[in-house]
Each structure stands twice: as C-alpha cells, then as structure tokens.
Design a protein around this ligand. Structure first.
Ligand code: MGD
Ligand code: MGD
Ligand code: SF4
Ligand code: MO
Length: 698
C-alpha cells in the first residue's frame, strides 16, 4: 500500500480514539494534518493509561500505513492472486456460501474470529454472529476457544460473575502468571503506582520478569502446578484461621468439602509439586490473607491453557473469595455494564456447534450461553468429515495457521476446504491458503465501541472509536458482513444503512447514543464499580452464594472442588516421556512489541526484538553444552523447529520459554489441539515436555 491510498475522513486536528493494537484500549490522540495521520500521543484524561502509550501504540502510523498492507480484494486463480473489485468478491462469497448451504447444509460453513474482531466489543461480534445465525450455521469459533473464556466460566461457576482486580486500592497484589510490562503495560503502570503507595507484591511465575524483580515474594513455580499452589495457600489460610469467617459462613457453600480437599495440600507436599519452598508458600498465603484488601492480577491465558485450566481458575476464585476479597474496593470487583439490545438471532441457527457434546459448559452455563463452538475441534472435523463435513471457512481477523495449536494439521485442514476466504490487513500465512482475500479496515478506519473497560480493568468507561481514515478500498469487518447479508437476500435482517445506524440500534436499550459519545470523544464514564454488591443482590449462582463446592461441575462429572492434576506431559507422572523429553516447555509469553503473529513487518518494532528465542537457564545450557545465541533444534512429541537459544538466569532451571506465532520458528508446530482441558476444551500450551538438541552442521 502507498501512503497516498490513505485519506482522512474528518478535518485536520486532534481526534480522540481508543487504541486497538492489543486488547486493552488505551486512550489515544490522533493528530491529523493535510488529511494524513501526523502524530500520535496518549490521551492524558483517559482513566486507563493517563497519557501513556506502549511501543506498539507509538508505532500506530507505521502499522496502519505499512507497505505490506493490502487494501483491495483479490481472488486466487491457478495459484496466483489477482486484484478484483468488491462487487465480484461479494458475489463469489455469496455464490459459494449458497452452494455450501444447498449442498451440505448451513452448518458445513465455519467462521473463525480473531482478536481484532473481538476487540470491536460485543456489538461487532454480535453483528457478525447475526449473519451466521440467519445463514444457519452454529459453527462460529473464536480465539475464546483458548483465551479468557475459561476464566470467565470458572468465575461464573464459582461466583456467578466475572470480577477484575481493583489495583489502585489494593494493599496486597498477586500477579499470577502475568508479565504486564509485556502484555498489559497500562496494568504495569497501575501496579507500580499502587506499589508507590505502599502495596505489597507477590509474583507467581517461572521467570524472573520485570515485575517479579520488584516483588516482596516471588514464587518461581513449575509450570502447570498453579492449582496445587493455590490449594497449598488455602491449606495455610484455613489451618491458621485467617480466612474471612463471616463471609465464609454467610456467603459460601461447601467450605467443609474445601477444607477436606485442602488438607492434602500442606506446604511440604506442595513444595514437592510446585518446586516452591514451603516457607515461601506460607509467607505468601499469610500476606495475601492478612494484609487486605488483596487482589489477583491474573495472566490472561497462562493458567487457562492447561489440562486443568478450568480448575486452576476455580482455585484462584475460591482463594480470593474465602479471604473476603469479593466486591471489595482493592479486592476483586465487577462494574455495571452497557446492556445493548440483543443483536443475535440464535433461534435461526441449525443445531449446535462442534464441541457442545464434549464441552457443554464451554457452550452454556445455567442458560447463560457463549453460544460458540470449541475451535480445537475444527481442524479434525474438516479432515475427517466426522461428525459431518465442514467444507467452507471464512476467517475474520485471525491467523490460525500460526496462532492455533498444531499448525501442520491446521494447514492441512485449510487445504482440504472447498472454499475459504480471509478478511485481513495483510497476506498472512493463513491468507495465502485461501481462495479469496478481503481487505480489512484497521481500528482507525471504522466506527465501533470500546466497551469492555469494566470487565478488563474494573473501570466503568466506554470509548467510541471513530472512523478517522479510509485506506484504499478497505472495509470494516461489520460492513463486509452486512453487505454479504444483503447480497444473500437477508436484507430485512440487516436494515441499517450504516454502521453508525446499526450501533445506535444496539445502544437504543441504554441511555447512550453515538451522538452523545461523539460529544465525549475521549470516552464517557458510566455506571458504577460495585462494592458490597452481593449484600444487596446475593450471588447469581443457583445457591445465591459463592460455590466452593460446585454441584454443577459434579453433575457434569467433574471435580466439584478443585484438585491439582498433573499435565499428561509431566516430568513427575510421565517418567517414560520425560526420559525422552526432559525439559518443560511453556509457550506464548508475550513480548511488548508484537500482538500474536502481528507487527513483525514493522521495522521500528522488529529492531527491538528481531527473532524468536528459546529461553533456558545456564544450568540447562551447560548440561546440553549450548551457548547463548546458538541455533538449536527444539522438539516435542509432535515436531521440531529450529530456534536460537537465549541463556538467562531469569528462568527456572529445566524450563524452556518460547514465544508463539513466529513464522520462522513456529512453536505451534510443536503444540497439540487434542491435549485439552476436559471441561472447556482449552489446549495444553503451557506445560508440555520437550527436548533441545544441538544442530548438527554438515
Ligand atoms: N504485547 C502483547 N500484549 C498482549 C498480547 C500479545 O500478543 N502481545 N496478547 C494479548 C492476549 S490475547 C492475551 S491472552 C494476553 C496474554 O497475557 P498473559 O497470559 O498474562 O501473558 P504474559 O503477560 O506473557 O504472562 C504470562 C507469564 O506466565 C508465565 N507462565 C508460563 N507458564 C506458566 C504457568 O504454568 N504458571 C504460571 N504461574 N506462570 C506461567 C510466563 O513466564 C509469563 O511471564 O496478552 C494480551 N496482551
Ligand atoms: N502456542 C501458543 N499459541 C497461542 C497462544 C499462546 O499463548 N501460545 N495464545 C493464544 C491466544 S490467547 C490468542 S488470543 C490467539 C490469537 O490469535 P489470532 O487472533 O489469530 O492472532 P493475530 O495474530 O493477532 O491475528 C489477527 C489477524 O487479524 C489481522 N487484523 C488486524 N486488524 C484487523 C482488522 O481490523 N480486521 C481484520 N479482519 N483483520 C485484522 C492481523 O493482520 C492478523 O493477521 O493466539 C493463541 N495462540
Ligand atoms: S498497551 Fe499499547 S498496544 Fe495495547 S492498547 Fe495500550 S497503547 Fe495500544
Ligand atoms: Mo488471548
């Protein structure tokens, strides 16, 4: 793309928006001059980032104006890409989708949704799902098959709701499996501020991250053993009677059963499982329970992508509940939300999506439905046609060939499809396998709501992303689905003439309108942070209380009280495998410069982190005679990649840490989509076994 392909849609000056280059939505000021983006800075009034932007945010112009961007539709013919016009692209899509529906039935079309569409908030996802509903396919999948939803489900099963850490008011903060300087810079800033006011910090991470180095207590845990640690802390808290007795008596069910389970996790036992000294487990438990209010800043997926992902999350929710940190300033809180008009029409779907049979609680709890399929089922279904054929796929803002586990299988599955289209800003490895490329607008080129600050940050706030620029022929994802819907004869279902009109419809059940949001371009506070809410309303669980013992889990055949379960690839319980693969592999720790597979093409970001590396401890390196910077073979039971070793004291000995979604050293060639959490279907990406070998040079 050339710079001249972009033009501003609004007059020169400063336009306020919310960044979408990673999930958090920092307030951003875009300065336009001569119809072009001239400068970017952080919005000082925004309650989340207070003027700060991370290196990605500061590189927004490079990302949006990148020469790698493609801003016109293309179709593949005999293996070559040809530019086409939108009319033709929409006709091809409509015709292929109609063919699939007529030949196989609607559920033979799947749709895969990636991060940038999810970050358009509830409205964007729901508009897309509205198309799937009216077309009839239930087979909509998103990165929620491996990201964040596991924690939401665990919190709902325990408290009936999801809570976020109220960092600024906390006296003790646990950062658990999270490296906020890389993955959540605004949270890192807020934690630093709280530390400045005297808060205590506990960090639980196999690596000595920037935040771990600031901690009062750093528990360097063996990956995959977090539930054992949480139960060990509960053992101390229960035995020493430093839990919140009133809260437990009045507002929980199943404390006796929890006490029984926790008995098995005395700190000496837990030391053997987690490799954390028993004394430190006791210190952490006492600090968390007595220096209140206390909150847990939890990794977004580091505890979820395990075979006991759901139970890890349950254990943490129970830990903050029995210490009385629910609905509490400085503890864990919910905020009121913007309740938009229902947009989906799920009654039109034909049947239920893939994965419902195996993972019913992923799909729905107590009538509260996520309503999407478990994506880990998709590749195998395409390849085996069992239980039925899936022959078409539309990928909206995702790069599954690099980001989903077992890349080799995913690649084969994509090749086996009869029709595939991708909507993206670039020709990614996934896009290369498709028949049709649809050029996507970036977040500066579309209108949408950023309405999730309450859920993610405990800040009741909403920001409007305005359409500031137009890049070539790029369309927003929502515009594409609206236009496709109209072309396929679903015009009545998509009566809106513009995205703005559709958003106003969505907001008509609230006191907000797009006009009102435009009057507050930096964002608008709404509602409240809910303190002591349960005292008024109880908990939205079947018992009305916090369910330490979950009857629902029991009914579905799972442990009603969390227990620790070893990874199937464990050096402790799978000694046979550990002989061949003696190192523990954790994947996907974030680097601040990139979002998953994105931004490797931005020189100013790539310069700071030029390649993927496998981090290992000097003891591991010495044992294997490997030098820092040496190219090695990294192998799992599934495959092998070449990667440079980075030897560092900052990782637990015996553990290997590798980032995900690098094209040249793609760690998802080594991960498996069939080793999963039995409750949510989340894949095992954080505690596998691997080995490292020297590369034999010829
Ligand atoms: N820059 C950047 N930011 C991002 C993203 C990105 O790609 N790039 N992705 C966004 C998304 S979608 C997500 S889901 C989040 C991910 O966010 P997080 O899951 O919070 O990821 P990290 O902050 O990298 O923290 C993971 C930490 O967990 C540690 N860890 C690994 N295995 C284990 C384990 O078994 N137990 C414990 N206790 N710790 C473990 C790692 O050493 C690492 O320091 O980040 C979001 N933010
Ligand atoms: N091994 C391992 N694998 C992992 C993880 C891990 O920790 N370990 N983490 C997992 C997690 S938590 C997540 S969330 C997933 C993320 O998985 P994905 O969502 O697939 O991640 P991205 O690489 O960010 O892909 C987004 C794509 O959308 C394109 N894009 C950018 N903006 C837009 C837009 O506005 N519209 C459209 N249509 N396209 C756009 C980008 O160019 C990019 O190709 O990765 C997962 N994969
Ligand atoms: S942390 Fe960086 S990339 Fe993420 S929203 Fe904030 S400025 Fe944007
Ligand atoms: Mo994620």
């Amino acid at each position: 793309m050339k710079e001249s392909d972009i033009r501003a849609c609004v007059p020169d000056g400063i336009v306020k928006t919310a960044c979408e280059l990673c999930p958090w939505g920092c307030g951003m000021d875009i300065q336009l001059r001569d119809g072009q983006l001239e400068k970017v800075s952080g919005n000082r009034e925004h309650p989340l980032n207070e003027g700060f932007l991370c290196p990605k945010g500061l590189a927004v112009k490079d990302i949006v104006y990148a020469k790698e961007r493609i801003t016109y539709p293309m179709k593949k013919e005999n293996g070559d890409w040809h530019r086409i016009i939108w009319d033709e692209a929409l006709d091809i899509c409509a015709e292929k989708l109609q063919y699939i529906k007529d030949t196989y039935g609607p559920k033979s079309l799947a749709v895969a949704i990636g991060m940038p569409v999810l970050l358009g908030g509830n409205t964007t996802v729901s508009f897309l799902r509205r198309f799937c509903d009216i077309y009839g396919t239930p087979n909509c999948f998103s990165v929620e098959s491996m990201c964040f939803r596991c924690r939401i489900i665990a919190n709902i099963l325990t408290l009936g709701k999801f809570s976020a850490a109220d960092i600024p008011n906390a006296k003790t903060i646990i950062v658990w499996g999270n490296n906020p300087h890389a993955s959540n810079p605004p949270a890192a800033k807020r934690i630093n501020k709280a530390l400045g006011k005297g808060a205590k910090l506990i960090v639980i991470d196999p690596r000595k991250t920037v935040i771990a180095k600031k901690a009062d207590i750093h528990l360097q845990i063996r990956p995959g053993t977090d539930s054992a640690l949480a139960l060990g802390m509960m053992n101390v808290i229960i035995n020493e009677e430093i839990y919140d007795r009133d809260f437990v008596t009045n507002w929980t069910v199943g404390f006796d059963e929890l006490r029984k389970v926790a008995t098995a996790y005395d700190p000496d036992n837990v030391e053997k499982i987690t490799w954390i000294p028993a004394e430190n487990i006791k210190r952490a438990a006492r600090l968390f329970a007595t220096n209140e209010p206390s909150c847990i800043v939890q990794g977004t997926n580091s505890l979820d992508q395990h075979v006991n992902g759901l139970q890890n999350n349950r254990a943490l929710a129970i830990l903050f509940a029995i210490t009385g940190n629910v609905d509490r300033a400085g503890g864990m809180v919910t905020t009121s939300r913007v309740h938009i008009n229902p947009i989906r029409i799920p009654e039109k779907m034909e049947g239920k999506p893939l994965g419902v049979d195996k993972f019913p609680l992923f799909y729905e709890i107590w009538g509260r439905s996520l309503g999407e399929g478990q994506g880990m089922e998709l590749a195998d279904t395409i390849l085996t046609r069992n239980p039925y054929p899936i022959v078409g796929l539309i990928v909206s803002a995702s790069n599954p060939v690099l980001t989903w586990p077992n890349s080799d299988k995913m690649r084969k599955a994509m090749k086996a499809l009869e029709f595939s289209a991708v909507m993206d800003t670039r020709m990614t490895p996934t896009a290369q396998l498709c028949d049709l490329f649809l050029p996507a607008a970036t977040f500066l080129e579309r209108m949408e709501l950023c309405d999730y600050y309450g859920t993610l940050h405990a800040i009741p706030f909403i920001t409007l992303r305005q359409k500031i620029l137009q890049a070539g022929e790029a369309k927003s994802d929502v515009e594409f689905w609206f236009e496709l819907g109209k072309r396929m004869g679903y015009g009545e279902i998509f009566p809106w003439n513009s995205v703005e009109e559709a958003l106003n419809y969505a907001l008509s059940s609230t006191s907000l309108t797009i006009e009102k949001l435009k009057e507050h371009p930096g964002g608008l506070p709404y509602g409240e942070k809910r303190i002591d809410y349960y005292k008024k309303k109880g908990f939205p669980t079947p018992s009305g209380k916090v369910e330490l013992f979950s009857k629902t889990l029991e009914e579905f055949g799972h442990d009603p009280v969390p227990r620790h379960q070893e990874s199937p690839e464990s050096p402790v319980t799978n000694e046979g495998m550990a002989k061949e693969y003696p190192l523990i592999l954790t994947t996907g720790a974030r680097t601040v410069e990139f979002l998953h597979s994105e931004y490797r093409d931005i020189p100013r970001l790539r310069k700071k982190c030029p390649e993927a590396t496998a981090e290992i401890h000097p003891d591991t390196a010495k044992f294997l005679s490997i030098q820092d910077g040496e190219e090695v073979l990294l192998e799992s039971k599934l495959g092998s990649i070449t990667i440079k070793a980075r030897v560092t004291e900052d990782i637990l000995s015996g553990v290997v840490n590798v980032p995900h979604s690098w094209e040249d050293s793609n760690i998802n060639l080594l991960t498996d989509n069939t080793s999963v959490d039995p409750i949510t279907g989340y894949p095992l990406l954080k505690s596998l076994l691997c080995r490292i070998r020297k590369k034999v040079t010829t």
